[in-house]
Design a protein around this ligand. Structure first.
Ligand SMILES: [Mn+2]
Length: 428
């Protein structure tokens, strides 16, 4: 394909140079030719010394305004050395021909370029598909491919807003923390991408053993389905936490290099802070901030950086709801504890039905913090750390914004044993 494209370019530019360099003769003036238009019956004519200068003949050509020419006669010129106006004819002729050919070549060129890019896009899709196949088997991919995934994902994420708008139906997923089985289970029970979008509330890495595979698969799916998969930022998507809580060590162990961790940290900085579903369900990793009253204020945050230790950006990622009204210091060290009065006020100001967040382990997989059901915590890692014994959940929102939770537990090993033949996961 590349060769055809180059050939097109070559032909096109060769032709252009041919048109502009062609000179059928030295144009002088009409009067240089002894035969004037009146004395010659031709509409256009040319006296050419190229014909046969010794014999003193002139080429006499006839044509009309449409550019059609025909040879009429050869008439003897009395002064053939006095030049010719052959150029006049020749250029006219060429200009029409040139336009026709330029149009044809132009069309071919444009269709060639369009075809080239469509083909390239398809090839790229096929390229990611083969790695997705591998990642679905919980195998990590070569370092150069992982680097490419990160680079490509940054290009997509930079286009997304701090508060990214998402349309229902959508499946909302909480913390995963490198438990790869949990991610596969989410897709199994959540359904195919043709029937639902997915938004993940952050904390993909650290603690579990498969942070790299989990994050890689999410990146690859984000690239393949940028309008279907949405990844928000959790507090673990930071240099500081992912260095000390497992992801860094896992990268070094699996790749023998710190570079994949560095590429990942760059991607972390591009992840959106929040999402809003059909304008009424607000999704965030942690919670609210005393410095933020409106969603518009979140849109103004510069997110392309490490999560700061304090300030509104930090609060949104780190805060937790609490039974006491008002704002209180958080035992986590970052963010705040906020009460139901704060939640109700934020929902009222921003016309929200629900705030969806993760960030806290919930024994039953999800929890409405208060009876009015304006804030829910979703946790998607069953049996956290292989010892918490908790259930996990996802929240599905349909086109009418009806909510339904799907609960799952850590019974993956038993399921595997039961399966005589391993059924391939069909996501799409
Ligand atoms: Mn968290």
């Amino acid at each position: 394909m590349k060769l055809i494209f180059q050939l097109f370019l070559l032909l096109f530019f060769n032709f252009l140079s041919f048109v502009y360099s062609t000179n059928c003769g030295q144009y002088k003036t009409k009067s240089d030719c002894i035969y004037s238009k009146d004395s010659c019956k031709c509409g256009w004519y040319a006296c050419s010394s190229e014909g046969n200068p010794d014999l003193g003949y002139q080429w006499c050509l006839e044509g009309d305004k449409t550019g059609t020419k025909k040879f009429v006669s050869i008439t003897k010129c009395s002064n053939t050395t006095d030049g010719y106006i052959y150029t006049f004819y020749c250029k006219k002729y060429l200009s029409n021909l040139a336009i026709a050919i330029i149009v044809i070549v132009g069309i071919l060129l444009i269709s060639g370029i369009v075809y080239y890019f469509i083909k390239k896009k398809k090839d790229k899709r096929a390229f990611y598909e083969q790695w997705i196949e591998k990642l679905l088997e919980c195998k990590f991919i070569p370092e150069n491919i992982y680097k490419e995934l990160c680079e490509k994902c940054k290009e997509i994420l930079i286009e997304e807003n701090n508060v990214h708008p998402i349309k229902s139906p959508v499946t909302i997923c909480g913390n995963i923390h490198g438990q790869f089985n949990a991610l596969l289970e989410i897709f199994r029970i959540g359904g195919e991408l043709s029937s639902t979008n997915y938004v993940f509330l952050g904390d993909y890495v650290d603690i579990g053993y498969y942070s790299l595979e989990t994050f890689s698969l999410l990146l690859a799916l984000k690239i393949k389905y940028p309008e279907k998969i949405f990844l928000l930022r959790g507090n673990h998507e930071s240099k500081h936490l992912s260095y000390s809580l497992g992801f860094y060590k896992e990268c070094v162990k699996k790749y023998g290099s710190i570079h994949p961790w560095k590429y990942s940290c760059q991607v972390f900085n591009y992840l959106p802070i929040a999402a809003i579903i059909d304008g009424s369900i607000f999704c965030i990793h942690g919670g609210l901030s005393p410095r933020i009253n409106t969603i518009d204020q979140i849109r103004g945050i510069d997110r392309m950086k490490e999560i700061p230790e304090k300030g509104s950006f930090c609060d949104l990622i780190w805060s937790d709801p609490d039974t006491d009204d008002g704002w209180h210091e958080s035992p986590r060290g970052g963010g705040f504890l906020f009460g139901n009065d704060i939640i109700l006020e934020f929902c009222r100001i921003n016309d929200l039905d629900l705030i969806c967040r993760s960030h806290s382990l919930i024994q039953n997989g999800y929890e409405y913090k208060f009876e009015d059901e304006k804030l829910v915590t979703i946790w998607s890692t069953p049996n956290f750390c292989n010892r918490a014994g908790n259930s996990a959940s996802i929240l599905q929102i349909d086109e009418n914004l009806n909510r339904s939770f799907k609960i799952f537990i850590d019974d993956f090993e038993e399921k595997e044993k039961k399966k005589k033949k391993k059924k391939k996961l069909n996501l799409f």
